[in-house]
Write a protein that binds this ligand. Structure first.
Ligand code: GAR
Length: 214
């Protein structure tokens, strides 16, 4: 049997994307969530991991600790799991360059906007304020620059008159739960890689907006 891909998921909160990845790994068996790390001890995602009998660790920031110091502790926690792929699923900390470079091409993130639009926070409100008629989510490889790594896959949602940030967040979440497990599966199947700063799927550059079927 081919070796299954060891997936480590980093969370800070609810973990609905973690749940979607856990559920899809159960279905296709080419990937296994071997651990969940949270920087928040009360993250509901930790409960989801316990229910799925997945090992968990908390790496909580100490007051006065530098990003570098925190990331050294985080790196140790990560190494314990020997991951093939690190999945950032609502992990609300900026990672230092050292840790990103250590896992370059092996770390992916989901971001609630159609990147390169709206890196950072408050993406739903920013899309509304800009009067956008479409919005969405992006899965991308992580590089040292925040939310700027090559996009692998995006999902778009319409923005209707009267929508507020909460409604958009819900609509985006639904799409996230479809696209994130798909990208994990592609990686686990050995079909996806980051080469020269580009996302390559089945030996083809997916292009700036991620994979789009012909
Ligand atoms: C998701 O919407 C994800 O896109 C976002 O946090 C949410 C986590 O939800 N991530 C970021 O904003 C990262 N910049 P979840 O905990 O239910 O998966």
């Amino acid at each position: 049997m081919p070796k299954s891909c060891r997936v480590l998921v980093l969370i800070s909160g609810n973990g609905s994307n973690l749940q979607a990845v856990i559920d899809s790994c159960d279905d296709h068996l080419q990937a296994e969530v071997v651990g969940v790390i949270s920087n928040q001890p009360d993250a509901y995602g930790l409960m989801r991991a316990h229910l799925a009998e997945i090992d968990t660790s908390c790496v909580i920031a100490h007051s006065g600790e530098s990003r570098q110091e925190y990331d050294q502790r985080l790196a140790k926690a990560i190494e314990r799991y020997q991951p093939d792929l690190i999945v950032l699923a609502g992990f609300m900390r900026i990672l230092s360059n050292d840790i990103v470079n250590q896992y370059l091409g092996k770390m992916i993130n989901i971001h609630p906007s159609l990147l390169p639009k709206y890196p950072g926070m408050n993406t739903h409100q920013r899309a509304l304020d800009a009067g956008d008629t479409e919005h969405g989510a992006s899965v991308h490889f992580v590089i040292p620059e925040l939310d700027a790594g090559p996009v692998i896959l995006q999902a778009k949602i319409p923005v209707y008159e009267g929508d507020d940030a909460e409604v958009l967040a819900q609509r985006v979440h639904e799409q996230e739960h479809a696209i994130y497990p798909l990208v994990v599966k592609w990686f686990a199947q050995g079909r996806l890689a980051m080469v020269n700063g580009k996302a390559i799927l089945d030996d083809k550059d997916v292009g700036p907006s991620g994979y789009a079927p012909d």
